[in-house]
Design a protein around this ligand. Structure first.
Ligand code: NAP
Ligand code: MG
Length: 496
């Protein structure tokens, strides 16, 4: 293992798993014997290797999860929750190391200890609140009620942009409900998930409850929805892969939830407090180099404040410092070469379709940037709603400004995309805020706020093509259960 960074001392060596994945509580290689290099996207330094697994490794993991399932399901729910609380404690205690590891594989600057432990505690607290209901009956000699039961072995595939929180919330919700899980992390960022899985074992979560199989999406990933004994699937990533996951699930009639990204609008009215809106919007599109599904990538702005908003956004985005993860910067590189081509390609498309670059639009130059997939924070003005940069998810630090004449047009433009993950409204008018929160088609709407900030247990998920199902909130645990109705009486009703 080569952690060639100034932050080396912060990453606890014991948290970095090299060349192994977790099946049945054991750290094992793939049966293929092959591995995949995990590199730091800021300088392409090798961090560690992970097994290049395929369907055969997934089958082993499913068998382990099947063996672990009955005891985990039957453990009383408070005890299950307590183990997840202990997992959250260990994540918190190792917060700086986890932040450092995630920052190196994702290439982002430090965010400080992650809020993951708090999210996991919220989920742990749901474990013994999974309840059915008692039902009215036609006669007093019958009782009827529902049970919420786990599915059994479930599967998940997560992306690379926020591997720690994705892992903790997906796994936490599934196992809180009593399922056992097989998860495939992204090849670009599997180390934080493996480190978190290690802490789950250390916390006393039994062998086989959490299994992590590493490998490429088309092999190890595709084997999860295709597996007939994986009873439910969770996926976060691109719409294209989401479709193929759903098709594979359709073959086995496996239920699933999908979180497929967004093209989230930031709607600014002429009565908005721009002193708070502008920094929040600039930070929102540059955090994690714009590689956040919820990132507000379209500014839909009242024409009366359009010029001022563009000037101030440009100034705010020019202040965003870019560099490798170990420097005191705001923004790192993109995750990989493909993502870099994609983002630069969209910048070219924006130019070709007639939008105007106000700031950014290129690659930062200099020795610090030579080996990483860096791109400048980029602001486009003169964007029309039909342009590709206004319709398609770029997943980079690229912000498009679209002026509108009034509230009705703001709603039409904000909703005029296939996605519907998150939306924000900036206004001082309560009446307008109420109307907009009802009109916007998104799974989360913020008023003078972005991304459900400050809310505990906020359900997260999409409208329209952004997907279905909800993660993070109490619903996320219920999503991993199925409902059984029980009717009970001494003897059958005579007419049956
Ligand atoms: P992706 O292909 O959807 O990757 C997401 C996860 O799915 C990864 O673990 C990936 O594994 C896996 N995967 C890929 N092909 C698969 C298949 N056929 N069957 C099962 N699993 C499969 O996304 P990406 O290529 O990394 O990024 C492309 C675009 O997706 C981004 O530019 C962005 O627009 C969007 N995206 C959205 C989110 C989000 O949070 N909603 C997150 C990431 C990306 P490998 O990576 O190991 O192949
Ligand atoms: Mg990929």
């Amino acid at each position: 293992m080569t952690i060639t960074t100034e932050l080396q001392d912060v990453v606890a060596e014991s948290l970095v798993v090299d060349g192994a994945q977790l099946i049945d509580g054991e750290w094992v290689p793939s049966h293929t014997g092959r591995t995949i290099d995990v590199i730091n996207p800021a300088n392409r330094a090798l961090i560690a290797r992970v097994p290049e697994s395929d369907a055969e490794d997934v089958e082993h993991a499913v068998q382990a999860a099947e063996r672990a399932f009955p005891a985990w399901r039957d453990l009383n729910a408070t005890a299950r929750g307590a183990l997840i609380f202990r997992w959250a404690d260990l994540i918190e205690q190792n917060g700086a190391a986890i932040d450092s590891l995630e920052s190196q594989e994702v290439g982002r600057p430090s965010w400080g200890p992650p809020p993951m432990a708090a999210q996991l505690r919220f989920i742990a607290g749901q474990a013994d609140k999974v309840q059915g209901v008692s039902l009215p009956t036609y006669s007093p000699d019958t009782v009827g009620y529902t049970l919420r039961e786990p599915y059994g072995v479930v599967g998940a595939v997560i992306p690379w942009n926020a591997p720690g929180p994705m892992f903790a919330t997906e796994v936490g919700s599934a196992i809180a409900a009593g399922n056992t899980i097989v998860l495939k992390p992204a090849e670009d960022a599997p180390l934080t998930p493996l480190a978190l899985a290690k802490l789950a074992l250390d916390a006393g979560i039994p062998a086989g409850v959490v299994n992590v199989v590493t490998g490429y999406g088309a092999e190890a990933g595709a084997a999860i929805p295709a597996h007939p004994r994986i009873r439910r699937v969770g996926f976060t990533g691109s719409p294209q892969t989401g479709r193929s996951i759903m098709e594979a699930c359709a073959k086995n009639l496996t239920p699933l939830h999908l979180e497929l990204g967004g093209k989230s609008p930031q709607v600014i009215f002429d009565d908005a407090d721009l002193d708070t809106a502008i920094p929040a919007i600039a930070a929102g599109i540059t955090l994690n180099t714009g590689q956040i599904c919820a990132a507000g990538s379209r500014v839909v702005v009242d024409r009366r404040v359009h010029a001022e908003v563009v000037d101030r956004l440009a100034a705010a985005m020019q202040k965003v410092t870019v560099g490798p993860w170990h420097q005191q910067v705001n923004m790192g590189p993109l995750i990989n070469a493909r993502q870099h081509e994609r983002v630069c390609g969209y910048i070219d498309i924006g130019r070709e379709q007639g939008a105007t670059i106000v700031t950014g639009g290129g690659r930062p130059a200099g020795a610090d940037f030579a080996d990483g997939w860096f791109v400048e924070p980029t602001l486009f003005d003169g964007v029309t709603p039909d342009m590709r940069i206004a319709q398609e998810e770029i997943f980079g630090p690229v912000l498009s400004v679209i002026p509108v004449d009034d509230e009705a047009q703001a709603i039409e433009v904000a909703n005029g995309v296939d996605y519907g993950l998150v939306a924000s409204v900036w206004t001082q008018s309560v009446g307008r805020a109420v109307r907009m929160t009802r009109a916007l088609q998104a799974g989360q709407v913020g008023v003078n706020n972005a991304l459900g900030a400050g809310v505990i247990g906020a359900p997260f998920g999409g409208y329209k093509n952004s997907g279905f199902g909800r993660t993070m909130g109490a619903d996320s645990v219920l999503d991993w259960t199925q409902v059984k109705t029980v009717s009970m009486r001494e003897a059958p009703l005579p007419r049956f």
